[in-house]
Design a protein around this ligand. Structure first.
Ligand code: MSP
Length: 523
């Protein structure tokens, strides 16, 4: 029985750059939540995609002597390949040059035009092409873009405007109402004040069209106007689930999944998502999303993250060295989601060797070897011997895990969620050390206790694999395969699966190669 829809999105990425550590970070975080929600029985729809219009793309295409469409078509496969390499389980991949999107954008702006939210006016001001953002004279810092410090260009055009200024109070009321209901729209909380004080300062109407170039979605009611790239891009979140399409399947999809549960964004694009986006939806009478979660930036000390020869560190180079699961684990475990965090090759090697090779990989290797050695590779009967304090401790940590994990994941605290899983992994290691199965195997009288100890650790490992699966899907699938259990990716009732005692005795256990072979720091 499905627990209902869970719709989550990443920003749609600009095609001026190939996937890098930053864009991979947002996408992996969203993927871990998507996987967990599927395992918890939700009807998940996970969307990512590409933002393919705008002046920046038009310019890049021209510089490369190609058309914008050819240019975006040449970049799109790089994103698809990267997400496949990183085991991203998105259900859809939207490109803003697709017909379904353009149709939805046109339907949306026609609706706002008809409803009287748009007007024609002259725009005189500054534009930052790399950020695709408008600025007024007084917002510039030393004549440069206040966001990125790059040059801006002067624009003097006839534009269509959206009456954004009318939405300042409705937005403030909306943020407050959601807070009062205990379901804050802007998360984490620290970001809320920033947005609220910005809106309290008053909002200017937003220019929504451009006439100086053509690479965008044409505004149906205004000849020679294409939509401003940001308000084209934001609409992907509804066009991907069928907004603006006439057919009944699209309408059903929209009904099924909208409103979105979480829009994952970096803190750099919070105003677009927490101010402009909800105002657009209010104007169109479309329900507002549940949450926008803004995470921090990954900071790298260039030389340290880069390997020999000064090559920039790419997702592919890290996956090659550490494997995909370790890559995903490192970024989710080492940086508090919502805060900025430094990443380095050094700390990645440390995490890998400590948490993955020693704690998790070693636990599995030792255990599966002992099952081979003492029980001919077969899961022994569940315990019939007396339960000791050590047994109860191990079991109580396993029993507490589903709730702790859910609590952390519902707040997108990946570090806390992984720590909860690690509590069980560490306790299982301690339990093996203290119970010393190798001694229990020495005498006939202690064989029942040996059975109990091994069964309990197998159970802990089976359950730990469930809760590490959202972040490390391949490893968990492998652990379950070695325990002769079903495909862990098919689990849709994680809590029921986590009930202690679920491992059938008699299953054939495979030893296999080390899950995370130790690696050594490069010279
Ligand atoms: N196309 C817009 C988004 C439109 S959404 C309707 C855009 N694209 S982008 O390619 O620049 O991607 C920005 C996003 O990439 C950030 O919001 C963030 O999610 C991610 N990151 C880019 N660099 C990053 C870091 N250094 N660290 C963490 N995430 C960063 O903006």
């Amino acid at each position: 029985m499905s627990k209902g829809s869970f719709y989550l999105t990443t920003p749609i990425y600009y095609v001026n750059s190939v996937p890098h550590l930053g864009t991979a970070y947002t996408t992996i975080a969203a993927d871990a939540l998507a996987r967990y929600r599927r395992m918890a029985g939700y009807d998940v729809f996970f969307l990512t995609g590409l933002d393919e219009h705008g002046q920046k793309v038009a310019q890049a295409a021209e510089e490369n002597g190609t058309t914008p469409q050819e240019w975006v078509d040449s970049v799109a496969p790089k994103f698809l390949e990267a997400w496949e390499m990183l085991d991203i389980s998105n259900d859809d991949f939207i490109r803003t040059t697709e017909e379904r999107h353009k149709r939805g954008v046109q339907a949306f702006w026609t609706k706002l035009h008809d409803a009287g939210y748009l007007y024609k006016g002259g725009y005189d001001g500054w534009y930052c092409v790399p950020d695709e953002t408008y600025w007024s004279e007084d917002q510039l810092v030393d004549g440069k873009c206040p966001e990125c410090g790059r040059d801006v260009e002067f624009l003097s055009e006839e534009n269509w405007f959206f009456k954004l200024s009318e939405f300042a109070q409705p937005l403030l009321d909306f943020y407050a109402a959601r807070e009062a209901e205990g379901r804050p729209f802007i998360q984490p909380h620290t970001r809320r004040n920033e947005v609220v004080s910005f809106v309290e300062g008053g909002l200017r109407d937003l220019s929504i069209s451009r006439t100086s170039f053509t690479w965008g979605v044409a505004l149906p009611f205004a000849e020679n106007h294409v939509t401003y790239v940001w308000i084209d891009a934001l609409l992907n979140y509804i066009t991907a689930v069928g907004y603006g399409a006439e057919d009944p399947e699209s309408a059903a999809l929209f009904e099924r999944h909208w409103p979105a549960n979480v829009h994952f964004v970096g803190k750099d694009i919070i105003r677009f998502h927490c101010v402009i986006w909800p105002a657009m939806l209010m104007a169109a009478g479309v329900e507002l999303p549940e949450t926008v979660f803004a995470h921090g930036f990954l900071l790298t000390k260039g030389e340290k993250m880069s390997k020999s020869k000064g090559n920039a560190v790419t997702p592919a180079s890290l996956v090659e060295r550490f494997g995909v699961d370790a890559y995903r684990y490192y970024f989710m475990r080492d940086v508090q989601f919502g805060h900025d965090g430094s990443v380095s090759m050094e700390s990645m090697v440390q995490r890998y060797n400590g948490d993955l090779a020693n704690d998790w990989g070693n636990l599995c290797s030792r255990l599966f070897n002992m099952v081979g050695k003492y029980f001919e590779g077969v899961v022994p009967e569940p315990p019939d011997a007396e339960v000791t304090d050590a047994d109860s401790t191990l079991r109580s940590i396993a029993d507490a895990l589903p709730e702790k994990y859910e609590d952390a994941m519902s707040r997108l605290e990946y570090v806390a969620a992984l720590e909860a899983a690690w509590d069980l992994i560490k306790e299982a290691n301690r339990y093996i050390e203290n119970e010393a199965p190798w001694n229990l195997a020495k005498t006939e009288e202690t064989l029942p206790r040996l059975r109990t100890v091994i069964y309990n650790v197998l159970e802990a490992v089976r359950i730990a694999a469930l809760f590490t699966a959202p972040v490390m899907p391949e490893t968990s699938a492998e652990v379950w395969r070695r325990l002769a259990l079903g495909d862990i990716r098919d689990v849709t009732d994680i809590c029921a699966q986590a009930a202690w005692g679920g491992l059938p005795s008699g299953n054939a256990v495979t030893k296999g190669d080390p899950l995370f072979p130790r690696i050594y720091e490069e010279e």
